[in-house]
Design a protein around this ligand. Structure first.
Ligand SMILES: [Zn+2]
Length: 356
């Protein structure tokens, strides 16, 4: 498959990374093997607040899970120049424009948003007191100031038929897209960020959350498959709006793991994590948990059975008698592969026949 790559929505690292954080890395490793395409394992270190860097801990954990990250690692903070180039292009394309707005700011600088956002945005850093925003971090009442900011220009953004698997998310994403287009979304900050740009002789700092979102443009591929979680649909909507006219985007939304108590993880043989994640995918659900039947079965594999299972997983088209889709639309092929290739009971059937 020419000019295709697969990547994950850049992942934040934590001191203790819960297992599901690694899910898209596991899934991408399997898909890149099946399709024979390049993968990028993307890490987000430049998010907006409380800068933390637990990369080493993250990578150590990934190794324990037998994930093959090393050579495909892409870290946003190592790619600032490239990201800046894309931001400049967005400005040149007038997708980002300067405009004068009333902006709420708090004393510590964490809250900084256009006036109209106080009622439309999910309050993350602020709460409303008597209808006025108050910063959750410094507890100061925000003051309103008129200033020039950079904002998305909805006139230059449009949407069409978004390619997302499973299709149950289509409506949710379209709602997010409509909400982005009907509100003012500021993309600049007054405090320093990693990218500073000049527009109309005025300099602006670009919000780090917009900077890392340009990650899909730094690979140089015309077709990019992106895996993400069902809790990141806002970023799906935003990346789609900004870049759909430049590259072909295909989204795979993984179900979100709920009730991730350590008891559940304790039962998982970590070296089998990759294959367990793949066969535990249940795309019919938006939220999921581990299926004990599948955990027990995969934990009980001998090493030989495990290797056979892995080998057959990578040869998905053989397993279901399909043909790798050269003439078929890629998205249809991908959807079929995710629907049937992740079915543990097909795999079990195959292995049982081998042992009979
Ligand atoms: Zn504050």
């Amino acid at each position: 498959m020419k000019n295709f790559c697969i990547c994950n929505m850049p992942t934040k690292t934590y001191e203790n990374n819960k297992l599901p954080i690694f899910n898209s890395f596991a899934v991408n490793e399997v898909i890149s093997k099946i399709l024979g395409i390049k993968k990028f394992d993307c890490i987000n270190l430049i998010h907006s607040y409380r800068q933390t860097n637990y990369l080493d801990k993250f990578l150590t954990q990934a190794r324990e899970l037998n994930l093959n990250l090393g050579k495909d690692l892409w870290i946003d903070s190592d790619n600032i120049e490239n990201l800046k180039k894309t931001i400049k292009q967005l400005i040149a394309d007038k997708k980002i424009v300067p405009r004068e707005e009333n902006v709420y700011v708090c004393e510590c600088g964490i809250v900084e948003m256009v006036e109209s956002a106080k009622n439309t945005r999910t309050p993350q850093n602020f709460y409303l007191d008597d209808g006025e925003p108050v910063c959750k971090y410094c507890n100061s009442k925000c003051t309103k100031v008129k200033r020039k900011i950079l904002a998305l220009n909805s006139k230059k953004l449009s949407f069409g038929d978004i390619k997302v698997f499973p299709t149950i998310y289509k409506k949710d994403i379209e709602l997010k897209i409509k909400s982005i287009l009907s509100n003012v979304l500021e993309v600049s900050k007054s405090r320093a960020t990693v990218v500073k740009v000049e527009v109309d002789n005025q300099s602006f700092y670009v919000d780090n959350d917009i900077v890392w979102l340009c990650w899909i443009m730094s690979f140089g591929y015309k077709n990019v498959i992106i895996t993400t979680s069902s809790h990141s649909l806002y970023h799906v909507a935003l990346s789609y709006l900004l870049f759909r006219d430049k590259i072909n985007l295909y989204y795979i939304v993984l179900p979100y793991y709920k009730n991730m108590i350590t008891d559940v993880c304790k039962d998982i043989n970590l070296s089998r994590y990759k294959i367990l994640t793949w066969y535990n995918l249940d795309f019919k659900k938006k939220e999921t948990t581990y299926n004990n039947q599948i955990i027990n079965a995969i934990n009980a594999f001998t090493l030989e059975q495990y290797d056979k299972c892995l080998e057959k997983t990578y040869l998905y088209p053989d397993l279901v008698g399909g043909v790798k889709g050269e003439t078929e639309n890629l998205f249809e092929y991908l959807s079929r592969m995710l629907r049937f290739g992740t079915n543990y009971f097909y795999m079990k059937n195959y292995l049982d026949k081998q042992n009979a």
